[in-house]
Write a protein that binds this ligand. Structure first.
Ligand code: ZN
Length: 180
């Protein structure tokens, strides 16, 4: 806890990352590779409160620097090629789909609010982005083939007006669903 300061409690789903370094390996267990990867990438306890002043300070920094704007305006977004955004009947799924379409998820962008280094893919040693997780990361190729019948897909293929029917299954299989 943070005695004497205002804090924000982060989502409970992040509890998977709570004991980073003590999580047993999930290698070979379906759907847990990303969870392991996320756990290894995490440098802080995502389940702990975040002081409001820390968040305010980093939001201010983001809005006042070109680097911050560049990070926030990520190029790996599909929103520019979608004219209208039909909503899904379930609010939870609709929220996840929207976050994926704009390329902003809690996991890939939380570091900007906290002034932390960007999370890295431990398999590829590159920055974790929605594009990397959904399309580029080679470690999920066999899951892509199972869900989308191809390992060569684009954001447009799976996030367009009618999202791919296996999109949410894929997110759950790779362990990303609860981190979006
Ligand atoms: Zn990767």
């Amino acid at each position: 806890m943070c005695p004497g300061v205002n804090c924000i409690n982060l989502p409970q789903e992040s509890i998977l990352l709570k004991t980073s370094g003590q999580i047993p390996s999930h290698v070979g267990i379906s759907g847990n590779e990303l969870a392991d990867n996320l756990a290894m990438s995490a440098t802080i306890n995502l389940n702990s409160p975040v002081p409001v002043n820390d968040v305010k300070k980093n939001i201010s920094n983001l809005s006042s620097t070109q680097n911050g704007k560049a990070q926030w305006d990520h190029k790996d977004t599909i929103k520019r090629i979608i004219d209208c955004w039909p909503s899904l009947p379930t609010r939870e799924l609709d929220t996840i789909l929207t976050r994926l379409r704009i390329g902003h998820t809690r996991f890939t962008h939380r570091h900007l609010l906290l002034g932390e280094p960007a999370p890295l893919c431990t398999a590829c040693q590159c920055q974790m982005t929605v594009l990397h997780i959904l399309i580029e990361c080679q470690q999920f190729n066999h899951r892509r083939i199972r869900c989308f019948h191809s390992s060569c897909i684009t954001l447009k293929d799976i996030l367009h007006n009618d999202p791919h029917p296996q999109l949410f299954t894929f997110l759950k299989m790779i362990g990303f669903y609860s981190f979006v």
